[in-house]
Design a protein around this ligand. Structure first.
Ligand SMILES: CSC[C@H]1O[C@@H](n2cnc3c(O)ncnc32)[C@H](O)[C@@H]1O
Ligand code: ZN
Length: 442
């Protein structure tokens, strides 16, 4: 006799492990996630789920761990088209001698759309469901995010010098605000004010950025204290370190997302903590550009909310949040001399819920909880390199990698199915990448 199921849901996903991140430090065994209208409606033992629900789509992932979709808290997605163009250089030489000249020749809406689509494909394949982007022509990035069905926070980029995108600070701001007005209300999109850095944005512009951030209730996403050179230049020009300067301008608030935060005095760490600022830690980019190692252990001890970012593919050179989680955990231990700092579970929290909090979207995403959007990543832990498995969280950070990601859902939509992209066409993306390589090489 068949007992009629109580409810029909859009999607049911059964998994061997579910790490919801909220509540903290939980690993559920043999549970299922029910999804309807893009939202998680229930998380319950698989045996119960099968009697309670009928599903239009049913995924039975018997060797897999489900985690909240990973959030890349800082990137320049379109820079995937500049990957490998200039390596082994410190930030300022890299930017001034190579990247900015290339961007001034090639950055255009087409470049940003194609580059962001390419980045979206890589990020989806690596289990990333949300990215926080800072780049020129953010409408083109918005179109790419919508086409790929990823969640994105788009930067209203602001710099005090002219580029192909805008002529001056007011032009950047008005273009950014128009972009935000155009896409405001799109379920998958949110926005950040994005002044590039203390060395490219003056006081007057930062004051305007703050006004708009307050009016529109947007986070402020800025590169901050990335290199010693940035601090020395600020001392010469403003007679104060960048964090002090931003504090004097009123920017150190719970809306501030400081990217990099590598060179900090103990007083600056205390100040960032007291002001409720968030940090996007980008360990690979910081090492590759020889910027330094961020004092993550001290920031954590002071209670600063830290998420993880890849930075752009031209300074990483991967958009791989598994690599960032692992490196963040290892660097924090190595640099502090304390093996217990940043355990696996905390690295996963950084790459999910902490990042969602920094972006102000934690009511929507960042953990697997009924009522939140179904932004979910499945990782197959049946490889030889992940067998046996005593602790799924440990394997996710220390043993597995993005190559083990099998499925991804954003807002309930399946974007990666058994390792295959659903919303994007790999061949088309490769053809576009080749086209841009030809143009950029000339
Ligand atoms: C105006 S869009 C963003 C701008 O930032 C540049 N960029 C990329 N990586 C970094 C970094 O690590 N520090 C500072 N600036 C960076 C990118 O090339 C764009 O010009
Ligand atoms: Zn950056």
């Amino acid at each position: 006799m068949t007992i009629a199921s109580e409810f029909t849901v859009d999607t049911l996903i059964d998994a061997r492990w579910i790490i919801p991140v909220e509540p903290t430090h939980q690993t559920l065994l043999h549970h299922s996630i029910a999804i309807s209208n893009g939202k998680i409606t229930a998380i319950l033992p698989t045996s119960e789920a099968h009697t309670k629900f009928t599903a239009k789509q049913h995924f039975q992932l018997k060797d897999h761990a489900l985690i909240p979709g990973l959030i890349n808290l800082h990137t320049h997605a379109a820079m995937s088209l500049l990957r490998g163009l200039a390596d082994d250089l410190p930030l300022m030489n890299w930017l001034k001698d190579h990247i900015w000249p290339a961007e001034s020749r090639h950055a255009s809406p087409e470049f940003v759309k194609d580059g962001t689509l390419l980045a979206c494909a890589e990020m989806i394949q690596g289990g990333i469901t949300t990215f926080n982007d800072m780049y020129f022509f953010p409408e083109a990035a918005a179109e790419a995010a919508l086409a790929s069905k990823m969640r994105a926070a788009l930067g209203l980029i602001t710099i005090d010098f002219p580029t192909a995108y805008a002529s001056d600070a007011d032009d950047y701001l008005s273009k950014g605000l128009a972009m935000r007005d155009r896409y405001n209300g799109e379920n998958l999109l949110s926005f950040c004010m994005a002044p590039h850095a203390p060395y490219t944005v003056g006081d007057e512009t930062l004051a305007k950025v703050l006004t708009y951030a307050e009016q529109l209730e947007l986070p402020i996403h800025i590169h901050l204290h990335e290199t010693l050179n940035e601090i020395e230049q600020s001392l010469t020009q403003y007679h104060q370190r960048p964090i002090q300067r931003l504090h004097n301008l009123g920017l150190l608030t719970p809306s501030l997302l400081a990217v990099h935060a590598v060179h900090l005095t103990p007083q600056e760490i205390t100040l960032l903590a007291k002001q409720g600022c968030h940090v996007a830690h980008c360990p690979t980019s910081n090492l590759k550009l020889a910027s330094g190692i961020a004092p993550v252990d001290t920031m954590l001890a002071k209670g600063i909310n830290i998420g993880l970012g890849t930075d752009g593919a031209a300074s990483n050179n991967r958009l791989d949040m598994f690599a960032e989680m692992r490196l963040a955990a290892l660097l924090a231990k190595g640099s502090s001399g304390k093996a217990e700092i940043l355990p696996a579970y905390q690295a996963l929290e950084m790459a999910t819920l902490n990042a969602a909090k920094a972006l102000g979207i934690d009511a929507l995403t960042g953990s697997l909880k009924p009522g939140k959007a179904a932004d979910i990543t499945a990782v197959n832990l049946s490889a030889l390199s992940t067998s046996p498995c005593y602790d799924a969280a440990s394997h996710l950070i220390y043993a597995s990698g993005r190559e083990h990601v099998s499925h991804v859902w954003v807002n309930g939509d399946n974007l990666l199915n058994e390792g295959k992209l659903v919303t994007l066409d790999s061949q088309e993306l490769k053809a576009k990448a080749n086209y841009w390589q030809g143009r950029i090489k000339q």
